[in-house]
Structures are given as structure tokens and as C-alpha cells.
Design a binder for this molecule. Structure first.
Ligand code: IMP
Ligand code: MG
Length: 185
């Protein structure tokens, strides 16, 4: 794919504006602040997509919180995942004395987070929850819900706010529908 065009040529309409995103970020952070006061909390961001949301979310959380990152890649084409997840980077701290929240960009089929939940559960954290910026519940292949559910969107391929197409377009404030014309070009 040509990755050098004007950025607007890759984009369709804005699906969720930066104002709506920031409002949801503040809401989720306020809930987390209330729920985990006096508790030892670690947020684990899922790279790469989760980094923008993670950066915004942690700065709105008003209690002490540790943070770390894992990196996963799911096999499949650039707009579809097939559910096989590969762990590219793990965390190195034990979780058995901590409450854990996994921070993701989007839940689609739910396969990635199902895999990650199982992996982290086996490390016996005090509790384990999921916080996701966006959610496409209509695409779910497994029964999975985020305790801290972000903005629910329809079944469209979206980019921006950490979400990519073939590695680019993560650096946008708003969430856009990908311009169909660029798919597999
Ligand atoms: P799941 O395992 O199907 O839930 O897929 C989750 C991962 O697929 C997310 O962490 C994203 O990296 C990616 N993904 C799913 N939907 C989109 C989208 O619309 N745009 C960009 N990435 C997406
Ligand atoms: Mg991701």
C-alpha cells in the first residue's frame, strides 16, 4: 500500500469525535478512581493500538497506579483477525499482589482479550478487568464483556486514536471510518 498520500485520502467520515472520546475517557477514569481507591492497581496496556488511550486514561486517574505494556500480534489480513494471538512482549512483574486492568483500543471478535484474560488469570492477580476505548459487540465470536466499556460503534473498520490500517493512521485525534478505496491498494 502507498503510505505517502495526503492523510485525508485514507479517511472516510469521522465516527467518533475527539470531544466524545475525551468525555468517555474522563468517565472511565473517574469510575476506576472510585473503584480502586486504597487498592494496589496496575494497568496493562496492549501495544500497539492501546498506547494512545492508555496515555489519556492514566492521566485522568487520580489514585496511584502502576503501568506496564504487553505487545501482541494477531495473525490475519490487515482488516480481519483470525483469533490466533502471539505474545511479542510480556511484562516482568508478578501480579499476585495486584488488581489488574487490561487496557485495549477496541474489542472486535473478543478473541484477543479472551486469550489475554486466560493468560493473566493464570498469574493469580487479586482481580482482573478489561477497559476498552471502543467496542464492536455485533462482531463478537465469544462471550466477552469489558467491565469498563468504551464507546460502542457499528461494524465498520475504523482508524485513528491508536487504531491502524497496515501500521499507519494511529496518530489521529478522532476515530474515522477507513476510506474503502485504500483497502488492499
Ligand atoms: P479481536 O481479537 O477480534 O477482538 O481484535 C482486537 C484487535 O483487532 C484490536 O486490538 C485491534 O488491534 C484490531 N481491530 C479490530 N477492529 C479494528 C478496527 O476497526 N480498526 C483497527 N483495528 C481493529
Ligand atoms: Mg490491538
Amino acid at each position: 500500500m502507498d503510505k505517502t498520500m495526503d492523510i485525508n485520502e485514507y479517511l472516510g467520515e469521522v465516527l467518533v469525535s475527539r470531544e466524545e472520546i475525551q468525555k468517555k475517557v474522563k468517565e472511565l477514569a473517574a469510575q476506576i478512581t472510585e473503584d480502586y481507591r486504597g487498592k494496589k492497581l496496575i494497568l496493562i496496556g496492549v501495544l500497539k493500538g492501546g498506547f494512545v488511550f492508555m496515555a489519556d486514561l492514566v492521566r485522568e486517574i487520580k489514585i496511584p497506579v502502576e503501568m506496564d505494556f504487553i505487545a501482541v500480534s494477531s495473525y490475519g489480513s490487515s482488516t480481519k483477525t483470525c483469533g490466533v494471538v502471539r505474545l511479542l512482549k510480556d511484562i516482568d512483574v508478578p501480579l499476585n499482589d495486584k488488581h489488574v486492568i487490561i487496557v485495549e483500543d477496541i474489542i472486535d471478535t473478543g478473541l484477543t482479550l479472551t486469550y489475554l484474560k486466560e493468560m493473566f488469570s493464570s498469574r493469580n492477580p487479586l482481580s482482573l478487568k478489561i477497559c476498552s476505548a471502543f467496542d464492536k459487540p455485533s462482531r463478537r465470536l465469544v462471550d466477552l464483556k469489558a467491565e469498563y466499556q468504551g464507546i460502542v460503534i457499528p461494524d465498520k473498520y475504523v482508524v485513528g486514536y491508536g487504531l491502524d490500517y497496515d501500521g499507519i493512521l494511529r496518530n489521529l485525534h478522532d476515530l474515522y471510518i477507513l476510506n474503502e478505496k485504500v483497502i488492499d491498494k
